[in-house]
Design a protein around this ligand. Structure first.
Ligand code: MSP
Length: 659
């Protein structure tokens, strides 16, 4: 037998500086769905997650709570492990950067860098963002704040060890250019090349002396190793590196590092350079996904808008939360979490489409065949179509999963769910049952429905793992593992007739949206109330209505309320599954924004990158196809529908106001 193909997937290791929120769950659930899908298709998977426990931020948080850092992180790590258990995360290894298997390896790596001349000692003087644990040059700051998180930076001046990044920059650029899959999605690749590699890489300070919660530099104990060097190496130390472990040989290089967009720089510049210095192959893919935002922007403690995942899981169950996270937002782009969208997904997709399909089917088998599955037989309406769709769906999903597009994979699966529901409506079993001569045909229809449910249940395994066993139990194949795997999706008609089916619990009881919204808002969702208020304000009649000659005109003050600026398009791609929409990232001076615009029929994404356009920056954000659009790009359209972007005559600093 051919040896099993391997697949190594990682999540970022989380800072245990506080409890995690629903945004953190997004990456881990995504990684789990990929890991489970790869296992389902027969690969030998290694799925790594863990915690990034050192650094100044954690030390300060612990101090603020009057605890030793180790005691402080232990409690949060227990909480995180419990969260992953509640969300059915099937990691194979959980690494903590405080474990000796890691700290000893990091010291060995640091020593090797030093001995081979990649690290030298000097003095660091510059800016540091403690929440991001990130060094910045003066010119990189935005309004004197951290360009990644917008929080204040601190001036630090200390002796430090420096890594010669510049030595490897050309090799890295060549690697990125020759391997288009290495940084995904492509917009993130352009950002790394244009903003960091092309302007020239500075050497990186890789040690700190002003606090001690870190891995000590083995030959200079005044220093602790910079937390990002410490953290990034977890992906290899967990496999036993630098020892020659079987696991390392089997799984390195990683197939995919899943990370959030704000840490792409660390993973696609520093990490590959460290690996080059260690003479190791680079990971095959680094995928930087977007953020899960709230309607009023980022989740943060200070805004008091954190969504506690444990509360959601306890109320709606882990499968519902997993489904929502995987289905709602195309992976890669920013998306908005709303209670309403979650409840709608539960009621529409899970309770109506899936849950009803199972209960309708089983009710009919119980009523007309005493719960005994009839034999396949005479052709009914749409048999062939249903069968071929079921047989095609696994491959369609596999293709989407290879591109890490879970929402597209789930859409393909729901096409089968909906087609199966339609098969019931097309064949009206309750009418067939009235005519005894159609008993055999009725039996065939029911057999096909149950067989389609078998396909659906197997394909649901990676996404909502608690549901398939419930379906198998009800369709009577609970103990028959041979019918529950990927191989069993190659053939239609495998369920043996005569099996006993038995309808029991509903898969997803329907929710009362109004009641649930109240419960969710009661959970501290202040921003939803403020959003409602803004809607009401919008409905109110405009003050100072003008009559006569000035009717329909705006005053200068009203005009001034519009914040129109020059924006530079820094990234652009098509929104999957639409033919009109483009997702753009624009630089508007002090910040970057995501905009969804109906430009795809008029411009190719590549044509737009680098262009300067006019942009309305204070338009209320909206959600289009689950994606957050924060502003509007202005364009002119003629009567024939030809469209052209409005722009400035000469290049000017992004963010320049229009007046
Ligand atoms: N410890 C570093 C990672 C080191 S990896 C070698 C770190 N930790 S973190 O806890 O701050 O963030 C971990 C991950 O959670 C990041 O990928 C980040 O993008 C992700 N998310 C944090 N908030 C998020 C959302 N609101 N939405 C989506 N992902 C979010 O960075």
């Amino acid at each position: 037998m051919a040896e099993k193909q391997t697949f190594y997937i990682t999540t970022p290791i989380y800072y245990p500086s506080d409890k995690l929120h629903i945004g953190h769950c997004y990456t881990t659930v995504a990684a789990d769905a990929i890991a489970r899908f790869q296992r389902l298709t027969g690969k030998e998977v290694h799925f790594l997650t863990g915690t990034d426990e050192h650094g100044q931020k954690i030390q300060r948080q612990a101090q603020a709570k009057g605890k030793e850092p180790s005691e402080f992180v232990d409690e949060i790590v227990d909480w995180i492990k419990e969260l992953w258990r509640d969300l059915d995360i099937t990691y194979d290894d959980f690494i903590r950067t405080t474990e000796p298997r890691h700290t000893e390896a990091v010291q060995a790596i640091f020593t090797r860098f030093y001995e081979q001349g990649d690290i030298y000692k000097d003095k660091y003087e510059g800016w540091y963002c403690t929440p991001c644990e990130s060094f910045w040059l003066e010119r990189q700051l935005q309004d004197n704040k951290c360009p990644d998180c917008g929080r204040p930076v601190e001036m630090v001046a200390e002796e430090g060890y420096f890594f010669r990044m510049s030595k490897y920059a050309d090799r890295l650029l060549e690697h990125i250019e020759k391997n288009p899959d290495f940084i995904q999605p492509p917009s993130r690749k352009n950002e790394m090349i244009n903003n960091f590699l092309k302007p020239g890489l500075e050497d990186l300070c890789v040690s700190r002396t002003t606090f001690d919660w870190g891995v000590p530099v083995p030959f200079d104990r005044k220093h602790v190793i910079y937390v990002w060097l410490d953290a990034l190496t977890n992906y290899i130390t967990a496999l036993g590196y630098p020892g020659k472990s079987e696991q390392f040989i089997k799984f390195w290089p990683a197939d995919v590092h899943l990370i959030g967009k704000e840490i792409v720089r660390f993973h696609t510049i520093y990490w590959p350079i460290f690996l080059m210095a260690l003479d190791l192959p680079l990971p095959k893919k680094v995928f930087g996904h977007g953020w899960l935002l709230l309607e009023d922007g980022k989740m943060s403690k200070s805004k008091g808008n954190i969504i506690d995942p444990k509360v959601l899981i306890a109320r709606y169950g882990s499968d519902a939360i997993r489904y929502y996270l995987l289905r709602e937002i195309p992976f890669g782009a920013d998306g908005v979490f709303t209670g309403e969208a979650l409840l709608k997904r539960i009621n529409t997709d899970l309770a109506n489409d899936l849950g009803n399909l199972l209960s309708r089917t089983l009710t009919i088998v119980e009523r007309y065949f005493n719960g005994v599955l009839p034999a396949p037989g005479m052709a009914a309406n749409g048999d062939e179509e249903l069968k071929s769709l079921a047989l095609e769906t696994p491959q369609k999903m596999a293709k989407s999963m290879d591109q890490l597009q879970f929402s597209t994979a789930l859409m393909a699966l729901w096409e089968l769910v909906r087609r199966t529901n339609k098969y019931i409506d097309d064949n009206t079993p309750w009418d067939l049952a009235k005519d005894p001569s159609k008993k055999e045909l009725l039996g065939a229809v029911l057999y096909n429905l149950v067989e389609s449910l078998r396909f659906i249940a197997v394909l649901l395994k990676p996404y909502i793992p608690r549901t398939p066993p419930k379906i198998w139990r009800q369709i009577g194949i609970e103990g028959d593992e041979g019918l529950q795997n990927w191989e069993a999706l190659k053939e239609w008609g495998l369920i043996p007739p005569g099996s006993n089916v038995k309808r029991d619990e509903d898969l997803f009881p329907r929710l009362d949206i109004k009641k649930e919204m109240e419960a969710l808002q009661g959970g501290g969702r202040e921003q939803q109330k403020s959003a409602q208020k803004t809607d009401k304000q919008k409905e109110a009649p405009p003050s100072g209505k003008q009559k006569g000659l000035t009717e329909g005109m705006v005053t200068f003050d009203e005009f001034k309320k519009l914040d129109i600026r020059v924006a530079e398009i820094i990234a652009c791609e098509k929104v999957p599954e639409t033919d009109k929409l483009l997702r753009l990232e624009v630089d508007i001076g002090e910040e970057k924004r995501q905009v969804i615009a109906g430009l795809a029929k008029h411009y190719q994404p590549e044509e737009l990158v680098g262009r300067q356009v006019l942009f309305v920056a204070n338009l209320k954000p909206v959600r289009l196809r689950g994606l957050l659009s924060e502003g509007m790009i202005l364009a002119a359209t003629d009567k024939e529908g030809n469209l052209t972007l409005t722009t400035v005559e000469e290049r000017i600093a992004p963010g320049s106001p229009i007046s």
